[in-house]
Design a protein around this ligand. Structure first.
Ligand SMILES: [Zn+2]
Length: 372
């Protein structure tokens, strides 16, 4: 199995908060109707994904930076955040701990939290990890007759033989997995008005199911929520494919009979247009929360470097990963071990445990009602 490439940080250009007028115009163009292609993708961040061999996070940033000619940052830190973080790179360098993050949130010094999540938040819901040897999804794909595991997410193989992908899709669909306490913690973060954006690598859609609105989500590797004909590019709601998929039929386009593929990002495909929001979100963030990801897949992984150097980054993960391991910052906080336990601990320190339990009960009852 191919190893995932570590991001080449030498290629990474840190974001500078300048030129917002042209930036907003650029992002507005791409996210608006102006340049939206039929598949809802943008070439500006056309980078290969899932196991990218190079480190192209800088691609999107570099393209957008090239249009920057000057200007001022429109949103300033709150007074309290400024006093705690300092301004720009001249911040105080004292070491932070989990309790410090808790106090920043409680003092509302952190109100624009950007969250990055990966497979580690879905495995507690019963979704197989894509990369863990033995228990991971790749290891369980032998039954599909693939030449190698990654082929299930390769367009060339999919065009030739879409059966393995749809068999896998059916398996995931029939599992009817539900959000877990981590998803609901993030929902609570949103309910409290603290979530600026949630960037997920997961394609299971559990963030949506937890009740976090789509406007707060960037599903960086796509999802099953929508689908596109691979021939005429006709878009359709993702739910349209399930009748076929559950009956082991390949979903076909009603217009041209081409194969209809869920908008899950395959190797080498462009990222969803919403991924461009990172050029606005990360410079504005006043806390970066990273949960359950190995930070090995580009360009997603390099986003962890895109917050200002004065902004605290909290990693709750099984292992020390990515820049937390090889280019740590003075304001990094790391909570290693089981991610569920780590998030429960954070909720406890914040005094949110009861609210979280109430939310889970309320949402579980809703899902029970839906499934009846
Ligand atoms: Zn078609």
């Amino acid at each position: 199995m191919a190893r995932w490439a570590r991001p080449a940080l030498s290629a990474f250009r840190p974001w500078r908060p300048a030129g917002w007028r042209s930036l907003f115009t650029e992002v507005g163009d791409v996210l608006g109707e102006g340049r939206q292609g039929p598949s809802g993708r943008t070439d500006m961040v056309a980078t290969s994904l899932w196991g990218v061999r190079t480190a192209p996070c800088a691609v999107g940033l570099a393209v957008l930076n090239s249009s920057i000619t000057g200007g001022r940052r429109p949103i300033s830190f709150s007074a309290s955040a400024s006093s705690i973080f300092g301004s720009g790179g001249n911040s105080k360098k004292e070491k932070l701990f989990l309790q410090d993050i808790v106090e920043l949130i409680q003092a509302r010094a952190c109100q624009r939290v950007v969250v990055m999540v990966g497979a580690g938040i879905s495995t507690p819901s019963g979704i197989p990890d894509f990369r863990s040897p033995g228990s991971g999804l790749y290891s369980n794909l032998q039954q599909y007759g693939l030449p190698y595991p990654e082929a299930i997410f390769e367009l060339a193989f999919f065009s030739h033989n879409p059966k393995p992908f749809f068999t896998l899709a059916k398996e995931l669909y029939l599992r009817s997995c539900r959000p877990n306490v981590i998803h609901y913690f993030l929902r609570l973060l949103h309910d409290k008005g603290l979530l600026l954006r949630l960037y997920t690598q997961n394609i299971d859609g559990l963030e949506r199911v937890s009740g976090i609105p789509a406007s707060k989500l960037v599903e960086a590797h796509g999802s099953f929520a929508s689908a596109t004909c691979t021939v005429c590019q006709r878009p359709s709601p993702g739910k349209d494919i399930w009748a076929d998929v559950t009956e082991d039929r390949i979903p076909r386009c009603p217009v041209c009979t081409g194969i209809v593929k869920p908008d899950v990002v395959f190797f080498g495909e462009a990222l969803p247009q919403r991924f461009l929001l990172h050029v606005l979100d990360f410079p504005m963030a006043d806390l970066l929360l990273i949960l359950g990801t190995s930070l090995e897949v580009e360009p997603f992984a390099s986003l962890s470097e895109a917050v200002q150097s004065s902004v605290p980054r909290l990693l709750i993960n099984r292992d020390l990963v990515g820049p937390f391991a090889w280019r740590p910052r003075s304001r990094d906080v790391v909570q290693l071990g089981d991610v569920v336990h780590g998030v429960e601990r954070l909720a406890e320190l914040l005094g949110w445990t009861q609210e979280l339990q109430d939310l889970i009960q309320q949402e579980t009852e809703k899902l029970d009602g839906r499934d009846k």
